[in-house]
Structures are given as structure tokens and as C-alpha cells.
Design a protein around this ligand. Structure first.
Ligand code: S3P
Length: 439
């Protein structure tokens, strides 16, 4: 989407070995800035992901008058301004490629005394916003978007919000979090009911900041009008970034790889569950709890994979991992079928189409369906594939190089920096034969 000139080229073969650490969790890093900014006191974050998406969130709060020092080697110090301390920005806020910043901040800023306009890059301005603006409007918020409900989003401040009970039509942590952040300011109770479990980092972190959040089954509620108390946050490695290496080690003969200190929140481990169903050899070791989030080392050994019907209940738990899972399925024996994953069509790119296009170019029978894909495992060949400016598509095809019998050229890879700065160097260190060209 960005039309960048950065290209990845993989030479065939190789294996992933040794011990690595991946960068910090993107979802947790976003939330650490948001809640740290609203808290009373100073919040220190360690392990913060210095990717462009998280820097977009950080800069948005600077634009709203919050003093934030860093990041320096993953350390960020946030001088919280208190729940009512944000100030009007002097210009529109550009959130780049970051859907999470866009959705969550729309909820939070809808409750402020001032107007804000949120915009973003070529991809972000195509992403659906009604999923948040509709329920937020029911709470009393007021917005202007494009006619198709996409950004730029003009948020009209000075509205009085009221808590609602909202039955979410899509399983989305971004929608849930957006409403909960608005709910901090609403009169009465805000409750969100999920059709299926989604990542619960907002709920966990709110509790870490001393805010009372009631969770019972699929319903999450909080009462507006409370305050947040600053706390320190240690961000674990991002399982969504670890996924590229987990898949790489699963598909490359001779691989034995340990990924240290990865977040294994049960709402994020769908990729491990799915790959294990395919026959993967994955061990989760040294589990500990860090700041309310479970963390562990993940050990992966090459194993022959087989195609499966992916259980639909795993879809929200692996929502960002499907591009890499499709590469695993392409290297597996037999057919893999995914259904119930229409959401993949409205991510940073249409991930069903982007992966089907690229895998077909590499000689794999990949049939996109309305809400998923049907893939026949086979021998991956070489060719030129387009990542469509989508970081996860780019990194997934990079790992495909391990199983391909020829060179793969991947176009438009600049946005890898949105979620995984340093990916190429780390991948080479682990054994992938990856070359980066930027001209
Ligand atoms: C995220 C939630 C997911 C995910 C995104 C990050 C979050 O989006 O795809 O990368 O941090 O809340 P949805 O909630 O829209 O599925």
C-alpha cells in the first residue's frame, strides 16, 4: 500500500537455530502509553516496542500535552496527566499504518473536552471505523468520517457519554478496548459482550493501574468516573512477531530454535494450538507471570506438518498469525481449510487475497473463499510476490524462503518497521538467507 521501494530477497534453504528474543508486544506497548498518559504519577515502561505503530500512539499523546521521555532501548517514562489532563492538539494527528491506535484513540478521544482529527496512511484510511463509531455514538459521542465510514475521523469533543451494554457483532479487541476507554469517562456502567474471546490486554492493564474491571464469562464491565494509578510495565516479547520464527522453525528441516520471554496470554496462543494440530513440535518452557501477563520461552523443532481444518474457535486467538500459518500450510502434506476468518480481509491488507496471490505465484494451489482459504500443501517455488505494504505478509513470505526451491523476491516491505524493527537482521542471525534492498 505504501508503494515503498524496500524489497526482501530470500535464497532457498537454511534452518533456524539458536536462541533469540523478539521485540516487545505491540498491543501491550500501545496500551502502556495510553494508560500511562491518563494515570496519576509516573509510569516507566521497559521492553516497549519501538515500531512505527507504537511511536504513532506515543506521538499522539505528546501532541495532547503529555511529557514522554524515550524510547531509549525500550525504556519509556510517561509523566501521567491524570484522567482529565489531556489537552487539545494543535493539528490533525497522523497515526500512520496503525489500526490499533486509530480504533482505541477514537474511543478515548471521543470523551475529551476538545475536538481531534485522526488520520493515517493509504492503508489506514481504507479501514472500517463504523465498528467503533456506531457503538460510541450510542454512548453519546459524535464523529464525522468519510461517507464510507473510514478515516479521517473528526471527533467532536464536549459530549456527555453514557455507559451502554454492547453486544459486539464481530470478535474484536480493538472495538472492546475502544468502548472500555470511552467508558472510563461515561456516566454509569459500560459493558461489552464478546461473541468469542479476544485479546484481553486492556482489561488486564486497567486492573494493573488499579481500575476495577468486572469480567464474567464473555462480558466485561467497568464503571466510569474512576482514576488510574501509575505503575511500571515490563512488556513481554510479541507472540505475533515470534510467529514468523515459530513457523520458520516448523518448516525448515534441521531447525531447533528457542524464542525467549514471549507473551503467552491465552487469548493470543491460537498459533501454537493450530500448529500443534498440524503436527508441530513446540514446547512452552519456563512459564512465569510478569505484570499480570503470562510469559514463557518457546522451543520449536522441525517436524513434518499435515493439513487440517482450522477450528473456528481458534480464529480470534490467532487473528494476526494467519499469513504465517498459510505458509506453514503450504509446506504441509495435504489440504488446509480456514473458515470464519472474514476479518482478515480488512486488516492492513486483504490478507486472504494477498496470501492467495503470493502463494499461487510460488506454485501452491491456494483458493481464496469469502471468509477463508483452501490450500493444498506442495513444493514452494520461487518468484516475485507483493506484500501490498503489509508487514505480516512480507515477513511470512520471507520465512517461505526456507522451504522454497528458488529465490523469492518480496516487494513493498518498508512497513515491516511498523511492528518488527530489526526483523531482517534477527532472521539472518537465526539462519534465514534474507537480503534487504532499499533503492
Ligand atoms: C489488536 C487487535 C486485533 C489485531 C490487531 C491488534 C489490539 O484487531 O488484529 O493487530 O491490539 O487490540 P481486531 O481487534 O480488530 O481483530
Amino acid at each position: 500500500m505504501s508503494g515503498s521501494t524496500m524489497k526482501f530477497t530470500t535464497r532457498p534453504g537454511g534452518q533456524l537455530t539458536g536462541q533469540i528474543r523478539v521485540t516487545g508486544d505491540k498491543s501491550i506497548s500501545h496500551r502502556s502509553i495510553m494508560l500511562g498518559a491518563l494515570a496519576d504519577g509516573v509510569t516507566i515502561v521497559e521492553g516497549f516496542l519501538e515500531g512505527e505503530d507504537n511511536l504513532a500512539t506515543l506521538n499522539a499523546f505528546r501532541a495532547l500535552g503529555v511529557q514522554i521521555d524515550g524510547p531509549v532501548n525500550g525504556r519509556v517514562e510517561i509523566q501521567g496527566v491524570g484522567i482529565d489532563g489531556l489537552q487539545a492538539p494543535s493539528a490533525d494527528i497522523n497515526l500512520g499504518n496503525s489500526g490499533t491506535s486509530m480504533r482505541l484513540l477514537t474511543g478515548l478521544f471521543a470523551a475529551q473536552r476538545f475536538d481531534t482529527t485522526l488520520t493515517g496512511d493509504k492503508s489506514l484510511v481504507t479501514r472500517p471505523m463504523r465498528r467503533v463509531t456506531d457503538p460510541l455514538t450510542k454512548m453519546g459521542a459524535s464523529f464525522t468520517t468519510t461517507d464510507s465510514g473510514t478515516p479521517p475521523v473528526k471527533i467532536h469533543g464536549q459530549q456527555r457519554l453514557c455507559g451502554i451494554d454492547y453486544d459486539m457483532p464481530v470478535a474484536s479487541a480493538q472495538v472492546k478496548s475502544s468502548l472500555l476507554l470511552a467508558g472510563l469517562y461515561a456516566n454509569g456502567q459500560t459493558c461489552v459482550i464478546e461473541p468469542a474471546p479476544t485479546r484481553d490486554h486492556t482489561e488486564r492493564m486497567l486492573k494493573g493501574f488499579g481500575y476495577d474491571v468486572q469480567v464474567s464469562g464473555s462480558k466485561v464491565c467497568l464503571l466510569g468516573g474512576g482514576r488510574l494509578t501509575a505503575t511500571n510495565i515490563d512488556v513481554p516479547g510479541d507472540i505475533s512477531s515470534a510467529t514468523f520464527f515459530i513457523v520458520g522453525a516448523c518448516i525448515a528441516k534441521g531447525s531447533q530454535l528457542t524464542i525467549k520471554h514471549v507473551g503467552i496470554n491465552p487469548t493470543r496462543v491460537g498459533v501454537i494450538n493450530i500448529l500443534r494440530l498440524m503436527g508441530a513440535d513446540i514446547t512452552v518452557e519456563n512459564e512465569i507471570e510478569v505484570g499480570g501477563e503470562p510469559v514463557a520461552d518457546i522451543y520449536v523443532k522441525y517436524a513434518k506438518l499435515r493439513g487440517i481444518n482450522i477450528p473456528e474457535d481458534q480464529v480470534p486467538l490467532a487473528i494476526d498469525e494467519f499469513p504465517a500459518i498459510f505458509v506453514a500450510a503450504a509446506c504441509a502434506e495435504g489440504q488446509t481449510i480456514l473458515t470464519g476468518a472474514k476479518e482478515l480481509r480488512v486488516k492492513e491488507s486483504d490478507r486472504i487475497q494477498a496470501m492467495a496471490d503470493g502463494l499461487s505465484t510460488l506454485g501452491i494451489d491456494a483458493q481464496p473463499t469469502d471468509d477463508g482459504i483452501i490450500l493444498q500443501g506442495g513444493q514452494l517455488g520461487g518468484g516475485v510476490v507483493n506484500s501490498y505494504g503489509d508487514h505480516r505478509i512480507a515477513m511470512s513470505f520471507a520465512m517461505a524462503g526456507l522451504c522454497a526451491d528458488n529465490e523469492i523476491e518480496i516487494l513493498d516491505c518498508e512497513n515491516v518497521n511498523t511492528s518488527f524493527p530489526g526483523f531482517a537482521a534477527l532472521a539472518n542471525q537465526a539462519g534465514l538467507k534474507l537480503n534487504v534492498k532499499d533503492n
